[in-house]
Ligand binder design. Structure first.
Ligand SMILES: [Zn+2]
Length: 106
């Protein structure tokens, strides 16, 4: 199970990295566009910025999950230490909180 979770995390990491890289490239090309198009571009810019921020936050969580895997603490809630529900880990392989702590956190 750990092995498949690791593979899942690795492929998720690649997928999100690509998405973030693409958003960053689009963001850069937006900035070199003409002034006349600035209004619609501002909206795109916000969307891209959100994409980049979300992606980077996800990547950070994935890296932390991989580190916990190395340390052997993967699958345990970082807050209360209880095991995280396997179904939750399947759906959200990089989660660091059990469902109870996550709902308290939000
Ligand atoms: Zn917890």
């Amino acid at each position: 199970m750990q092995t498949s979770q690791r593979k899942k995390l690795e492929s998720l990491k690649q997928e999100i990295s690509r998405r973030v890289e693409k958003a960053k490239a689009d963001f850069t090309s937006l900035h070199s566009a003409d002034w006349s198009e600035q209004v619609t571009e501002r909206e795109n810019e916000e969307v891209l910025e959100a994409l980049i921020n979300e992606g980077e936050a996800e990547l950070a969580q994935i890296n932390q999950a991989l580190e916990r895997m190395e340390a052997g603490s993967y699958g345990a809630c970082v807050r209360c230490g209880e095991p995280i529900n396997p179904e939750r880990l399947q759906a959200l392989p990089y989660t660091s909180l059990c469902i109870r702590c996550a709902s308290e956190h939000d």
